[in-house]
Design a protein around this ligand. Structure first.
Ligand code: 13P
Length: 341
């Protein structure tokens, strides 16, 4: 596999493939495990992720890369095989979440700034040596009638740009993820407000990337979709697709090789339908696919439920969802395929 940033980025958005975001922090995976009544331990986290990464059919056909949390990058499967080797053997690229989380931003009530820049150059070297060839950093933008503030967007965009520059110097493709929240408090904003905030955020992010001398050809953008707040859901699939594409065309330079969406709390089927609608019939300047966490894993987690005898059921659920997302990434998903499983 080529080590050029452009080639790695192209492989990450290869036709019909997308990214599995399995980089939940220890706190977040704990919350996910709570939904199935499972205690989060190093072993249960390993078993869960091993179930996903050993879903051979899904991994080989549908998954171009896996975003890992630091613990998992260095973790081994039950038989001692490093996870990085399992992922590579499936033809996927291992990646790593490198931010250390969104923290309350001083003087900006209700807003956060994502941390993790201190010492990042050194950590990136360690991650590269462990096999990571791309990284992820998530900036979080909260929406209300008065939020986000310009100051919070700017600070998060600057951090994303500094991170991206450090990644490229380390030979690692940065996934630049400015997430405009659809849930958060109060979560009742309209799709108009989502469109306005997403457009402003992406404009500022690309200004900062340019100021930081980030090579657009060697990065992937991971945006949220333009969608109404979780408590105000109204927009149709076609409207979400149309508005999201409008904003992306206005703000994302054609030099960016790929856009890989987060799911952000959409149901698995919604996230699949929206991506498929965007890809169907559109002539887009960038590659476009999924980088879903919850929208790839929810059904697999429930089917597995932490029981060794359910590994095959969990893998079947993951494989179905990955196939649906893969179809969506070519614009070819249809609702009736969901029942055909
Ligand atoms: P979701 O698809 O669950 O939003 O997760 C993607 C992700 O990586 C969030 O940072």
């Amino acid at each position: 596999m080529s080590e050029r940033l452009e080639d790695i980025a192209a492989a990450m958005v290869a036709t019909g493939k997308g990214l599995l975001a399995a980089d939940e922090s220890t706190a977040t995976i704990g919350k996910r495990f709570d939904t199935i009544g499972l205690a989060s331990t190093e072993t249960s986290r390993r078993d869960y992720r091993e179930m996903l990464f050993r879903s051979d059919e899904a991994m080989k056909a549908c998954i171009s890369g896996v975003i890992l949390y630091e613990e998992t990058l260095f973790q081994k499967a039950a038989d001692g095989t490093p996870f990085v080797d399992i992922i590579r053997a499936a033809g996927a690229v291992p990646g790593i979440k490198v931010d250390t989380g969104a923290k309350p931003m001083a003087k900006f009530p209700g807003e956060t700034i994502t941390e993790g820049l201190d010492g990042l150059a050194g950590r990136l070297k360690t991650y590269y040596d462990a096999g990571a060839r791309f990284a992820k950093w998530r900036g979080v933008i909260s929406v209300s009638d008065i939020l986000p503030s310009f100051g919070a967007i700017k600070a998060n965009a600057q951090a994303l740009a500094r991170y991206a520059a450090l990644c490229q110097e380390a030979g690692i493709v940065p996934i630049v993820e400015p997430e405009v929240l659809m849930d958060g408090a109060p979560g009742n904003h309209s799709i108009d407000r989502s469109e306005e905030v997403t457009e402003e955020t992406l404009r500022i992010v690309f200004e900062e990337l340019s100021d930081a001398r980030v090579s657009l050809e060697g990065m992937i953008l991971k945006p949220s979709m333009v969608i109404d707040g979780k408590k105000a859901r109204q927009a149709s699939v076609a409207e979400v697709a149309e508005r999201t594409l409008k904003v992306l065309k206005r703000t994302v330079p054609a030099a960016v090789p790929g856009i890989a969406f987060l799911s952000g709390g959409q149901s698995t089927e919604e996230a699949t339908a929206h991506l498929s609608a965007m890809k169907a019939g559109s002539d887009l300047p960038w590659g476009m696919t999924f980088s879903y966490g919850r929208a790839l894993q929810t059904e697999a987690l429930t089917a597995w439920s932490g029981k060794p005898e359910n590994v095959a059921a969990g893998q079947r659920a993951f494989t179905h969802r990955a196939k649906m997302c893969s179809l969506a990434a070519t614009g070819g998903w249809k609702k009736e395929f969901e029942q055909a499983a």
